[in-house]
Design a protein around this ligand. Sequence first.
Ligand SMILES: [Zn+2]
Length: 254
Amino acid sequence: MKVYFLGTGTSQGIPVIGSDHPVCKSTDNKDKRLRVSVWISWEEHSYVIDCGPDFRQQMLASNCQHVDGILFTHEHSDHTAGIDDIRPFNFKQGKIPIYAHQRVIDNLKSRFDYVFATVDRYPGAPSVKTIEVVNNELFTLGDKKIIPVNVMHGDLQVFGYRIDDFAYVTDAKTVAENEISKLKNLKVLVINALREEQHISHFNLQEALDFIALVKPEKAYLTHVSHMLGFHEEVQKRLPENVYLAYDNLEITL
Ligand SMILES: [Zn+2]
């Protein structure tokens, strides 16, 4: 299985529009972060987790040729606003399955009503097939079983996803003990780490490192990163041996 980091930035992306922050001015490509998303592929299967406002650019940069489905973590715009840009895949493949909590499906139906319209559809509008994800219920993608992992983003429920020995958890601030038990014996955990300072709805760096120490994956990759965390190269040097700061276009194989 291959995991390709399509974006590793927090909601505004890096550089932030109009920012004079040194990280936003950095010439290191690893300091340029699109909105957070990963592309997971194995054999002929190809799925993305989240579809934010940089989706088009990410599909072009990664040369992704087909998408068998989109798994949504939650409804916030940095994770969903790219849904209009699935159209090239619709033209090639037909309806794209989307997997999400029922609350997220309802949210998308009100924000992107034209995607879900059944009468007077605009020709060429994006088209999706919705599949509800329910906590504690496994579902399958191709030949693989997916375990949804419930985490809390402040007061908002968010799904992480475990696929074999890989798990992707973003926008977490608190995780209940029974959910942590779904993350044992991982080869790779991807987990959000916003910045050094505390945040009301995101792990800061220390909270992410504490979570990694609790879950004990072989390797962990940090994502959903703010420019305030610092330069990629400097932050990476301060991390424990098995923890890596993810960056855009990084590809790992499991
Ligand atoms: Zn987010």
